[in-house]
Design a protein. Structure first.
Length: 66
């Protein structure tokens, strides 16, 4: 079983409560943190198959894989 850091838990919680995939800036605003923190953890969640992303034009929208 994977253990998550407090920051990862916050990102997972935000992704879970969003009704649709959002861009990284919107996620960072919901977390009340800088975009760099979201930029660090979102690809990690995608790599570990907890999150997913899709391209929407030039934007990448992030969501939670449930």
């Amino acid at each position: 079983m994977t253990t998550f850091t407090p920051e990862e838990k916050r990102i997972i919680n935000v992704l879970y409560t969003m009704d649709k995939p959002q861009i990284r800036l919107a996620i960072a605003r919901r977390l009340e943190t800088v975009r760099a923190a979201a930029k660090t953890y979102l690809p990690w969640l995608n790599q570990k198959e907890y999150g997913n992303h899709r391209m929407s034009g030039r934007l990448v929208r992030w969501g939670l894989r449930i």
